[in-house]
Ligand binder design. Structure first.
Ligand code: PEP
Ligand code: MN
Length: 364
């Protein structure tokens, strides 16, 4: 468990250990009964923070858009009756003002708001009055690392320092088994830029399907992320939003029991040796790529002298087919190798065009 998540949640933990599933609750608070019953069941299984959306920004019109401010009273009852901290999403300054006045412990900025600087400024303005509020910022709908990073910078400039990131995956156009593709590299890049931010994963919104939530949660822990936020509803099939991805509190307890936590020990001697090996291989790869690009540039010079076009469709298709066949025969993944060779080829073409243009520049 990352020390930064401990600091982020410390006001609510009273010295207790933070479980991997640190935050759980329904997608939406629908009725007082559903909210209370879900919270009581989650408190029983040791969830320290209860989440429930009351203002729901929906992608398409006509869907349930949340109960609104009345839900704040229900969340207050949750806090009073179960003792667990409560979190909700805010998308405007007014939401933030109402939530904080009603004693909401943690607020989160949803995916559709993270890339909206005007909304963020409004929320930041309200937060100036409550600078100790823990705020979680979900990644934006598309994999825009600068928008995600920018949202943190905006709040930090307003003096808000208790911040955490929530990775909930990214929208996609091509078919995918997931509602939102995980694209873990974007979360890793956020971690590289902001190593101090706790990074929580929301496998519910990534998976989109109940049966994929557990495996996705395990992947998140295996990758070393700090904690999980999972949607849970007392009766998922009756839920008014995101019914396919919610788990009952019993199913969530089962998931928690099955999660394997890898020890975060200092790297061993054996691991050091394995890593040295990888470093050597990477050095060779880099040198080979340099040689390949030089060869591509030489071909570019030849094409220019013979007034041949840079891109030759037949050669490209032939090259791809051969490389993929060689790779798959060696047990390498076809998808990976196809992507790799597409990238390598695109870079060769870029270099050849660059040299073409540079020559044009000299001539003119
Ligand atoms: C949610 O957490 O219920 C939600 C709306 O998530 P997101 O902003 O990630 O879509
Ligand atoms: Mn949801």
């Amino acid at each position: 468990m990352n020390q930064n998540l401990k600091t982020f949640l410390s006001p609510f933990m009273y010295g207790k250990e933070i479980p991997s599933v640190a935050i759980a609750g329904p997608c939406s608070a629908e009725t007082e009964e559903q909210t209370l019953a879900t919270a009581q069941a989650l408190a029983k299984i040791g969830i320290p923070v209860f989440r429930a959306g009351i203002w729901k920004p929906r992608t398409r019109p006509g869907c349930f858009e949340g109960v609104g401010a009345i839900g704040l009273k229900w969340l207050r009852r949750v806090k009073a009756e179960t003792g667990i901290a409560v979190a909700t999403e805010v998308a405007t300054g007014l939401h933030a003002k109402m939530a904080l006045r009603h004693g909401i412990d943690i607020i989160w900025i949803g995916a559709r708001t993270t890339a909206n600087p005007f909304a963020l400024n409004e929320i930041a303005e309200i937060l100036k009055e409550y600078p100790e509020t823990p705020v979680m910022i979900k990644n934006p709908v598309g994999p825009d690392i600068d928008a995600w990073t920018g949202a943190f910078e905006r709040l930090r400039r307003a003096g808000i320092h208790r911040l955490a990131a929530v990775h909930r995956g990214f929208s996609h156009f091509s078919p995918s088994p997931y509602r939102n593709n995980p694209e873990w590299s974007v979360a890793f890049e956020l971690r590289r830029r902001h190593p101090d931010l706790p990074l929580i994963v929301d496998p519910s919104h990534i998976a989109g399907k109940r049966e994929l939530v557990g495996p996705m949660a395990q992947v998140a822990l295996d990758l070393g992320f700090d904690g999980l936020m999972i949607e849970s509803h007392i009766c998922p099939d009756c839920a008014w939003s995101d019914k396919q991805q919610q788990l009952t509190p019993d199913q969530l307890a089962d998931l928690c029991a099955k999660l394997k936590i890898r020890e975060d020990d200092a790297p061993s001697r054996e691991l050091d040796i394995l890593r040295d090996h990888i470093d050597l291989i990477d050095n060779s790869l880099i040198d080979l790529l340099r040689q390949r690009m030089e060869a591509a540039e030489n071909i570019g010079v030849y094409k220019r002298h013979h007034e041949m076009p840079v891109l030759q469709e037949g050669r490209y298709r032939d090259l791809m087919e051969k490389r993929i066949a060689q790779s798959t025969a060696l047990g390498l993944s076809e998808t990976f190798m196809r992507r790799l060779f597409q990238t390598i080829h695109a870079e060769s073409v870029r270099l050849q065009l660059l040299n073409d243009n540079e020559c044009d520049g000299v001539q003119s």
